[in-house]
Design a protein around this ligand. Sequence first.
Ligand code: MFK
Length: 591
Amino acid sequence: MRALLDCGDAPLMNGRAHPTAMSFLQSPPQLDNQYREDRLLVGYLRRTVPADLLRTLEPSLDEMGELAAGELYRQQLAEVRWEPRLERWDAWGRRIDRIEVTPLWRRAEEIAARSGLVALAYERPHGRFSRAYQFALVHLFTPSTDIYSCPLAMTDGAARTLVDSGNAALIERAVPHLTSRDPAQFWTSGQWMTETTGGSDVGRSETEARRDGEGWRLYGRKWFTSATTSPMALTLARPEGNPPGGRGLALFYLETRGPDGSPDGVLIERLKDKLGTRKVPTAELTLDGARAVPVRGLTDGVRNIAPMLNVTRTWNAVSAVALMRRAVALARDYADRRSAFGAPLSSKPLHLDTLAELQAQAEGAFHLAFRVVEILGAVEGGEIDPGGRALLRLLTPVAKLTTARQAVTVTSEALEAFGGAGYIEDTGLPLLLRDAQVLPIWEGTTNVLALDVLRVLSDEGTRAALEAEVAHLVIGAGSGEPAVAAAAGAAAVRSALRLLRETAESGPDASSAAARRIALGIGRGLEVLLAARHASWALAESADPRPLAAARRLAWSLRTARDEPGLDETRVLATDRLEEPAGQPVEGATT
Ligand code: MFK
């Protein structure tokens, strides 16, 4: 006790040392540079991006990785209890409807603009690789910025929709802001679709568009509007006299504030009290004569907003992957710091098995999401045939629904890897699960997207494009162990297509009841195929066994492969460390 009292900073209580001075304190998990220590992201970029181009991109990836692990992560933890605030009135009774976002959100906007997190997709400085570069940065940025990826996703979607619409006046007015790298000029966009009638059956929307001289004004109520701080939004409304249903809706552009900065017919009623994404200022709005401009004709609003949905669904998939990666990085670091029953968690076979499973799931999801990103980049550059377009249309909802469900499972399990600490708010860990839980819901629930997949698969050309993709990936996986895993992935996709055929014969009810199994079967099968192809490359390139361990584990989880993962490969995947430097390229692998 004397020694404790002598040591300068031991806290004193009534002359006695505070009990915490003597008791055990667990060190919290830490993050290293999120680019440099992301073996999967680095490997993926090395495999897919030309080496000389990657060398020019790496400094910015490295910088984002450093920010994400350092300053932004520290700020995120410091602000864990902060939330946006709505001020509806000023001191003198004027309606102002201002939302104050958190300091981290303000900082995230600036970093996003300067880093070109939206702009890159439109500047296309690296051709078809621009999308992969953009989403690699997004992958690093997302987990440390409290779902600021939400307004960015909608901004990217709005830019795509406006550019595709051919509406020259709106393109000239808004796109330079949406794609600006200057934070003072940069605008984010809202995507206001959901009304009290629901978020899935959008065709029932009640908002009316009324002519006002040469222009239009909107009247109605929007029930969930994400990130309601944006200066503009794309939204749906039914022009007077139009028929019911999605066809009778039109897509409108509006700006949320008048020239003097006051609310322009857009009233914010309240912020939503949500389970997660609590830093995202989601609001209920009344549109009371908001001035709006039709984007593309006065009908077919749902079809016309679809380009936005497809872009935001891609962001959703990348965000799911990014949250999983963060959860696994923290759990893995913690396994080395946390000792129980006399040894670190990282030495316990069952804990390693859990970590390996999380890593494998995150790895499969990464490949699926980034496959969509690759095809999107190629399609936007006009570099791909109609089969590629069909594949993109199919894989976008497949990736969104598959990765979103995985994100909930992986983040939940990762919290458990911290025991009780994972359940305590100011560790910052519960945020991962609560934020992940929105991913299967917004931008179309799992079931709504599964039905979309079913619709797309009714096209023979799309089914042929999927078969071609499977065949291409099987070849890419080469021979040996990667080929065995790839065969399991191919079998899963084909079995989903068989289920589609069989249920179609029994009628529409049977196929729609099976839609989720079909869509997830395709998603999980493709994840294995993509992971197997990457494994084959990694073995050939550097004899790195980790991607193969992930592919084999994913294949095993499809239950089409018979042999269980071995303990050695469990260890290597769980710790994501190679004890020995990589050896010789492995026979049977491809480059
Ligand atoms: C963190 C990253 C992500 C952040 C995002 C954050 C923002 C979140 C905010 C939101 O959640 S905004 C709300 C998102 N809402 C949705 O995603 C709606 C979900 N519901 C659906 O997707 C429904 O299936 C749908 C609204 C499309 C159903 O409406 P309808 O009126 O029954 O439309 P229908 O008949 O299915 O489709 C109309 C046309 O659009 C058809 O073409 P045709 O007119 O030529 O026949 C469809 O083929 C076409 N279409 C539908 N979805 C499409 C599409 N075309 C291309 N791509 C799609 N995805």
